[in-house]
Design a protein around this ligand. Structure first.
Ligand code: SAM
Length: 341
């Protein structure tokens, strides 16, 4: 039931009194990289016919904005490989101009940034997240299977030139990049980037790789980092799940996303939409709501808004990711590329 207060629909509040103000949208499940903790090399992607058009994605995002979402993040797959994706950013930027949206942003592997950074900035994007797990070109090629570090660094240069604030996302992988955190912190300091370290999450079958072997608790990483750097507590929040510190020596922030060693669900304000219009109310649970049928059922958004409200009423209290020897399979069957990181 929609209650009108000054012509505004009632905000989205879940059963645990959390206001939903942040929507992440996976605009495509396709990617030009095959990061070994994220995807199998021979992924089967969705047939194009099942994927929402950019106009439909705009309509869905705009419905969420009308219901009180203040932050939109485009992710994937690799959002910047979707053909004509900039028209989606261009269209959604109207909500920034109207003041209905605080932030329009993107999480990207950076491979297409050199082409798109200036236009992103022109669409009102102010901050972007770029995923880089290593600064070693050979290791980068091995982790991403298909990626080239140099291309991503060119993209980052373009982002800086366009005035975009950059946050680097790095997944901590045991035996892979755990000797590089000092280098990443120093490089981010030099470049003026913030850094977020992420624990590997048990999502989707990834072929021969075994997650237990990749998993590195960030509690250990932080203790190791603190041997060489001074981490000052900060109450900086972005509306995302990271806990931030300031690195005193560089003046830049470092964040830790710890879904396994620390549960951050109590302050969760997010839901996730796939490129087929499926809404996941929690990254770590299987329950989902189909919004494509209500979207296509009528040109009027009433049916869609009712479906969104019904979904939010089912948002669970939290996830229960576990990586241990008894449970070697994924905790959720879908890959991160389906719901977006
Ligand atoms: N292609 C874009 C990118 O590379 O940032 C956006 C999508 S990607 C799925 C988003 C983030 O999720 C990346 O930082 C990636 O490293 C991270 N990621 C993917 N699979 C993960 C997993 N199983 N555990 C933790 N992080 C993961």
């Amino acid at each position: 039931m929609t209650t009108l207060v000054e012509d505004r629909p009632a905000p989205l509040i879940d059963p645990f009194a959390r206001a939903i103000s942040y929507l992440r949208v996976s605009v495509t499940d396709r990617c030009d990289f095959r990061c070994l903790y994220c995807m199998a090399e021979d992924m089967t992607f969705l047939p194009k016919a099942e994927v929402l058009s950019l106009e439909e994605l705009d309509r869905l995002c705009s419905a969420f904005v009308r219901l009180g979402v203040r932050k939109l993040r485009m992710t994937g797959g690799e959002p910047l490989v979707r053909r004509n994706v900039m028209s989606l950013f261009r269209g959604l930027s109207r909500h920034l101009r109207s003041g209905d949206l605080d932030e329009l942003t993107v999480t990207t592997n950076g491979s297409q940034l050199a082409r798109h950074a200036a236009e992103l900035a022109d669409c009102g994007v102010r901050r972007i997240n770029v995923s880089i797990d290593t600064l070693d070109p050979a290791k980068f090629a091995a982790i991403t299977r298909w990626g080239r570090l140099e291309q991503v660094l060119e993209g980052l240069a373009a982002a800086k030139a366009a005035g975009l604030a950059v946050k680097i996302n790095a997944v901590a992988l045991k035996g892979v990049n755990d000797d590089e955190f000092d280098r990443l912190i120093a490089w981010c300091g030099d470049e003026g980037f913030d850094l977020v370290l992420i624990e590997v999450m048990p999502m989707g079958e990834i072929g021969g790789e075994v997650r237990l072997d990749q998993y590195l608790p960030l509690s250990i990483v932080r203790a190791r980092v603190q041997q060489n750097w001074t981490l000052d507590e900060t109450d900086y929040r972005t509306g995302g799940p990271a806990r931030y510190y300031t690195v005193r020596e560089t003046g830049r922030r470092i964040g830790f996303i710890t879904p396994l060693t620390h549960n951050f669900c109590e302050s969760c304000n997010r839901v996730r939409l796939t490129c087929t219009g499926t809404l996941y109310m929690c990254l770590g649970q299987e329950d989902a709501a189909d919004l494509r049928a209500p979207l296509r059922a009528s040109d009027d958004d009433g049916v869609l808004e009712t479906a969104i409200r019904a979904a939010i009423r089912r948002k669970p209290k939290g996830h229960d990711f576990v990586i241990d020897r008894r449970r070697r399979g994924p905790a959720v069957s879908r890959h991160m590329s389906v719901t977006g990181g």
